[in-house]
Design a binder for this molecule. Structure first.
Ligand SMILES: *Cc1c(COP(=O)(O)O)cnc(C)c1O
Length: 406
C-alpha cells in the first residue's frame, strides 16, 4: 500500500535507515563512548535476530512462560451500550505475564543479552513498570539486574520497588536534581558507558538512541501480528480502526506494525491530563516541537529554555515529554492520527470497562478505551480494535482514593 509517497509493502526494510532514522527523526546522539557500546548492540542484534535458534527460543518463551498468544475479546455489552452498531474488541495484553505488554520487549532484550554473553542488564524506571518487567526477565535468564530509580519515585512506587527486590534486582537510588525519571535515565546511561563490556542497557519503550526504537518495535510487533491474525479469523475481515495509547509508544508501535500496510484507520492516543496548559498534560505529539533529548531526535515538549518540560498524566506510564521517533515520523506523514483524551474521560472508561465487561484496565490503557468508545459513537458501523496494554490492579487503590466509587 502506498500512503503519501511511502511504500508500506517495503516499509519495515526501509525504516529505520541503517543509521536509525525514520525520516529526520531518530538517530544516535550520544557520546563517542556510548556510540561504541551501542554499535556493539546494533551489530549483535542484526546477526542474532536472524538466527533460527534465537527465534525458536523466543517463540518458546512467549508460549510457555509469557502465556502468548494473548486473546482478543469481543466487548458485547460495551458495544451494545454505545448503540451505533459499531463492534468493539480488545487485544488482551493485560493477560501477558506480569500484566502488561512490557515483558514482550524485556524478554527479547534479556535473551539478546544472553546470546551476547552479558552478565547484567541495566535500566532506569519511572513508575517502576519497566523495572518490574526487566527484573522478571533477568530472574528468568539468571542475569544480574541494576535498576536506576529517582528517590521521589522510589517513595511513590513502593509496591513496584518491593516486586523488583523480591525478583532479585538491585534498585539503585538516584538522589540528585529532581530525583525522578530524567535523572534516573542519565544515571543508567552513565553506568552503562562504564560497564558495557559485561552489561547491556535495556530501554523501556521505542525510545532512545538507535538501535532501541527498532529493537523494541520488533519485539513488540508480536502484538500486531497476533492481533491481525486473530481478528481476521474471528470476524472474516480487518478492523476498521485500531487504537492504542502512546507514552513512549511501544504498545502502540507493536499493535500498529501489524496494520500499517492495511486499509485500516490507526489512532495513537496521548494523555491530555488536566488540560492544554504546558505542565498539565503529556501530549508531546500534539503540542510539542522537534528536538533532541535522551539521544534521539523526535517531537518533544520543551520549557522556555528548550529543556524537556515537566509533564503530567493520571497514568504514570504515560508521563514522558516525548514519544518514539517512529511515532513522530508517522505523525508527520499522516499515516497514524494522534489525538488526546483527558483524565476525566480516562477514569470514566476505567469504570465502564470494569462494570460492563469484567476487565479492569490499566489507567494507561483506559486512555485507548476512552477514545475507542468516542470513536464508536461517531462511526455509523464497523469495528474498532483497542490494544489493552495492561491490567489495572496496580491502579485500584489510587483510583478509589482519588475518584471514589462511581
Ligand atoms: C508503560 C505502559 C504504557 C506506556 O508505554 P508505551 O511504551 O507507550 O507502550 C502503556 N500501558 C501500560 C499498561 C504500561 O505499563
Amino acid at each position: 500500500m502506498n500512503f503519501n509517497g511511502i511504500d508500506f509493502d517495503t516499509y519495515f526494510k526501509n525504516y529505520p535507515s541503517k543509521d536509525g532514522f525514520f525520516g529526520k527523526y531518530g538517530g544516535c546522539y550520544v557520546s563517542n563512548e556510548l556510540k561504541t557500546a551501542l554499535k556493539e548492540i546494533t551489530d549483535a542484534y542484526f546477526t542474532i535476530c536472524k538466527s533460527s535458534k534465537f527465534i525458536a527460543e523466543l517463540r518458546k518463551i512467549r508460549r510457555e512462560f509469557q502465556g502468548r498468544p494473548t486473546p482478543i475479546s469481543y466487548l458485547e455489552r460495551l458495544s451494545n451500550s454505545i448503540g451505533t452498531g459499531v463492534q468493539l474488541y480488545v487485544k488482551r495484553e493485560d493477560l501477558n505475564h506480569t500484566g502488561a505488554h512490557k515483558l514482550n520487549h524485556c524478554m527479547g532484550e534479556a535473551l539478546l543479552a544472553k546470546y551476547m554473553g552479558k552478565k547484567k542488564v541495566i535500566a532506569e524506571t519511572g513508575a517502576g513498570q519497566h523495572g518490574v518487567a526487566l527484573a522478571t526477565a533477568a530472574a528468568y535468564f539468571g542475569l544480574e539486574c541494576d535498576i536506576y530509580m529517582g528517590s521521589v519515585d522510589i517513595k511513590k512506587q513502593a509496591p513496584n520497588v518491593a516486586r523488583m527486590k523480591i525478583l532479585g534486582a538491585n534498585v539503585i537510588e538516584v538522589k540528585h536534581g529532581l530525583a525522578t525519571l530524567k535523572e534516573a535515565v542519565d544515571a543508567a546511561f552513565e553506568a552503562y558507558a562504564k560497564e558495557y563490556k559485561t552489561a547491556i542497557y535495556c530501554i523501556g519503550s521505542v525510545l532512545g538512541p538507535h538501535p532501541f526504537p527498532l529493537m523494541v518495535r520488533d519485539f513488540q510487533s508480536v502484538v500486531g501480528i497476533e492481533a491481525r491474525e486473530q481478528f481476521t479469523s474471528m470476524t472474516g475481515e480487518l478492523p476498521d480502526a485500531v487504537v492504542a495509547c502512546v507514552g513512549g509508544g511501544s504498545n502502540a508501535m507493536g499493535m500498529f506494525s501489524g496494520f500499517l500496510n492495511d486499509p485500516v484507520d490507526i489512532y495513537g492516543i496521548e494523555p491530555l491530563g488536566r488540560g492544554e496548559k504546558l505542565g498539565d498534560h503529556a501530549a508531546s505529539l500534539k503540542y510539542g516541537t522537534e528536538g533532541i533529548m535522551h539521544g534521539f531526535n523526535s517531537i518533544m515538549l520543551k520549557d522556555e529554555k528548550g529543556e524537556p518540560a515537566p509533564v503530567y498524566s493520571v497514568a504514570s506510564g504515560l508521563d514522558y515529554p516525548s514519544s518514539g521517533p517512529e511515532h513522530a515520523f508517522l505523525h508527520d506523514l499522516g499515516r497514524v492520527k494522534y489525538d488526546v483524551v483527558n483524565d476525566e474521560e480516562t477514569i470514566e472508561a476505567f469504570y465502564t470497562l470494569s462494570r460492563l465487561e469484567g476487565i479492569i484496565p490499566a489507567i494507561e490503557s483506559s486512555h485507548a478505551v476512552a477514545y475507542g468508545m468516542k470513536l464508536a459513537k461517531t462511526m455509523g458501523k464497523g469495528s474498532v480494535l483497542i490494544n489493552l496494554s495492561g491490567r489495572g490492579d496496580k491502579d485500584m487503590d489510587y483510583v478509589l482514593e482519588n475518584f471514589g466509587i462511581k
